[in-house]
Design a protein around this ligand. Structure first.
Ligand code: FES
Length: 152
């Protein structure tokens, strides 16, 4: 029995997305298709699950590159199963918790900067162009530390 295949229009309609979005996802390596004898794109029905995962992940701020890496981590690049989705979403939850903590820290520091204006290279967490804190680590070193009250 021949494997079921869906046209790009049918997939787009079923998922509520534009055809151009499907092409974009395919360009990014998130979904796959093949061409039939008439050179039209065809998709396996499980592409719907892939698109559901993509849309759900995007809603919580996961980038397309992160989604792609998650898909690539699956055996044989398979479409995520229910169990795969549980693992992927748990990993993303850990990542999102870290991002939330980072943003809360940033918000707390920004509060200290509002009305300050010093933009000091040694103490302002939002301005450190010479990376004077590089000796303490890589990245936004101040933001990785617990929030403190900034003074001018
Ligand atoms: S402007 Fe950021 S600490 Fe002064």
């Amino acid at each position: 029995m021949a494997e079921a295949s869906w046209s790009v229009g049918r997939v787009a309609k079923r998922c509520g997305i534009k055809i151009s979005t499907l092409h974009f996802y395919e360009e990014k390596g998130l979904i796959n298709s093949w061409r039939n004898a008439g050179k039209q794109r065809r998709y396996k029905p499980d592409v719907l699950r892939r698109i559901a995962v993509i849309k759900a992940a995007q809603k919580v701020g996961i980038s397309l590159e992160e989604i792609k890496q998650a898909f690539l981590s699956l055996p044989d690049k398979r479409t995520p199963t229910i169990e795969d989705w549980q693992v992927l979403s748990q990993n993303w939850q850990v990542m999102l918790d870290a991002r939330i903590a980072y943003l809360q820290n940033l918000r707390d520091y920004l509060t200290g900067c509002i009305g300050c204006g010093c933009l000091s290279m040694t103490k302002c967490p939002l301005y450190n162009p010479e990376d004077v804190l590089g000796k303490d680590g890589v990245g936004a070193v101040i933001l990785d530390k617990p929030a403190i009250t900034l003074t001018t």
